[in-house]
Write a protein that binds this ligand. Structure first.
Ligand code: NI
Length: 165
């Protein structure tokens, strides 16, 4: 379980900048701090310049969002499906149903309180990344059968990679 950030300072901002760089380098649209080994309630997203998988979202322009201590304060009853992937499960995708719209309260890059109103891919992405902060990944939303299949595939491809070394 990731811990809340107590103070947003220059060290936090350096870390946020590094996270965005890492996310872009991995061609992702979201990244949680725990995915780079830091158990803090921090995530970054960039739907503008993330991924060839979502070409309609941005036009290739970077527009990073920095969310510190995010909290869902409202979620729609209506759910919507999205074919999700995750940098922690390379090459694996599966449909996950989540609230179609959410409001998220968070601290921004400067430590100011903000509210994000998200729908569509942004709503999916922020809920996916917030799950990471609580040790939950998208495969936890799937049936045990599908989850095991994805975990087996990822382990197998990691083994193949290790064999190359
Ligand atoms: Ni993920």
């Amino acid at each position: 379980m990731s811990k809340a950030v107590e103070k947003v300072d220059d060290a936090t901002r350096d870390f946020l900048d590094n996270m965005v760089e890492t996310m872009h380098a991995m061609n992702g649209i979201g990244l949680a701090a725990i995915q780079v080994g830091v158990p803090k309630r921090i995530l970054v997203m960039d739907l503008g310049k993330g991924s060839s998988r979502y070409p309609d979202e941005g036009q290739g322009k970077s527009s990073p969002l920095y969310l510190i201590n995010p909290k869902i304060i409202d979620a729609s009853e209506e759910l919507s499906p999205y074919e999700e992937g995750c940098l922690s499960f390379p090459g694996q995708y599966a449909e996950v149903w989540r609230p179609a719209k959410v409001k998220v309260q968070y601290l921004d890059y400067l430590g100011k309180e903000q509210v994000l109103k998200a729908e569509g891919l942004l709503a999916t992405c922020v809920q996916h990344e917030m799950d990471h902060l609580d040790g939950i990944t998208f495969v936890d939303h799937l049936s045990a059968l599908k989850r095991d299949m994805i975990i087996r595939k990822v382990k197998k491809s990691q083994r193949l990679k290790d064999d190359d070394l």
